[in-house]
Design a protein around this ligand. Structure first.
Ligand code: SF4
Length: 375
């Protein structure tokens, strides 16, 4: 018989608690489920849940968003992107469009899409027009892009690819020696595509308990119980708490598409820097669909020096689990979902937006400052 969320919560309370434990949840979808269900207030006090690097919009390099904006403004193209990307701000001078949304308002032909199928449909409907698909995302988003190209995309459809793999960011944190977490809840949808084995290094190399979770409170609580039980027993292993869909080897067809269409390369993560073997790039055999091979580059080295994040935005720290969203000085003050300063407040998978939407309105940074000033 399956356990209910209440059963899992009771099981968590019954575990021995002899020290504080920090569990990182990698995935933005997990963070959304945790916050929406209020799990932080229900789990034992000694357990902290730390949102991790699972928001593709948040880590999409500033230069890629800038490139998309400039292509849409200067080339005779239609640019399509997932809706979240349209509001992501870059560090452009005030007189220039700072997001795809602002570029659209300035006259560029930019349209939101929900899937690669929409991009193909649009390119087929308007064969005389060049359609550029700004494809930013993790494995689960990038695999359908690979399938779209492998199965034969229209000639007038180009891809500006900003695909990333999730596990190398966690590997980087663990290799740093100060990961900031004691256990890991790994992303179920990524494991569904790439296979659970990808997360074996967490246990094998670092002896950190890990469990793959789905998106229901029950699955997340089961994964939390698993890693806490592992810590208690001193026997670590990679648990699969999402057996309904996560199978050994992952989705072989999706992985075959990725292997055929893309190389794995070192890649930049916004505000974090280059992470080895963490990005996808189109193979030379797909150069005909590669924006970077077919259209002019708008890379601007001098502009890049102003920094990847907007001034005062701590998104990179939030993404790496080093601070909570409400420890950024701008959280809920200058930065809200209506007027986002950084990408973490834009995306549905960004921790800042998720926390704000879930009703976390306190700003710890401001409160600390007030109390230090004797206010
Ligand atoms: S609250 Fe806004 S400015 Fe602060 S880290 Fe989040 S997105 Fe960046």
């Amino acid at each position: 018989m399956r356990r209910s969320a209440a059963d899992w919560l009771q099981a968590l309370q019954d575990l021995n608690a002899d020290r504080p434990v920090r569990i990182m949840n990698v995935c933005g979808g997990h963070e959304r489920s945790i916050s929406a269900a209020g799990l932080r207030t229900l789990i034992p006090d000694h357990v902290e849940l730390v949102p991790g690097p699972g928001c593709p919009v948040c880590i999409c390099p500033e230069e890629d968003v800038y490139e998309a904006i400039q292509l849409a403004l200067h080339e005779d193209i239609t640019l399509v992107a997932f809706g979240d990307m349209l509001r992501v701000p870059v560090n452009a001078p005030k007189r220039e469009p700072r997001s795809l949304e602002q570029a659209k308002a300035a006259g560029a032909d930019i349209r939101p899409i929900a899937s690669p199928i929409d991009a193909v449909k649009l390119a087929r409907a308007e064969p005389q027009r060049t359609v550029v698909f700004f494809a930013a995302g993790f494995e689960t988003t990038t695999a359908p892009v690979a399938a779209m190209l492998a199965e034969g995309a229209p000639d007038n459809l180009l891809v500006l690819l900003s695909g990333r793999l999730t596990w190398p960011a966690v590997a980087m944190l663990l290799d740093s020696g100060t990961p900031g977490f004691d256990a890991l809840v790994a992303p179920g949808h990524v494991a569904t595509v790439m296979g659970p084995e990808e997360w074996g290094f967490v246990v094998d190399k670092h002896s950190i308990p890990a469990a793959i979770a789905g998106f229901t409170p029950e699955s997340l609580l089961a994964a939390m119980y698993s890693v806490l039980r592992q810590l208690e027993s001193g026997r670590t292993f990679l648990d699969n708490c999402y057996t309904q869909v996560v199978k050994a080897g992952g989705n072989t067809a999706a992985r075959a598409h990725l292997d055929r269409v893309m190389d794995v390369v070192d890649a930049n993560w916004r505000g974090i820097g280059i992470i080895p073997k963490s990005g996808f790039a189109l193979r030379e055999s797909y150069a005909a669909h590669d924006v970077r091979q077919q259209l002019p580059s708008y890379a601007d080295e001098s502009r890049k020096r102003v920094g990847e994040m907007p001034p005062g935005c701590d998104c990179a720290q939030v993404v790496l689990g080093k601070i909570y969203p409400n420890q950024c000085r701008l959280y809920g003050a200058a930065c809200t979902p209506r007027k986002p300063i950084g990408p973490c407040m834009v995306s549905d998978e960004g921790a800042c937006r998720i926390w704000w939407s879930a009703g976390y309105r306190d700003n710890e940074w401001q409160e600390k400052r007030t109390s230090e000033a004797g206010g």
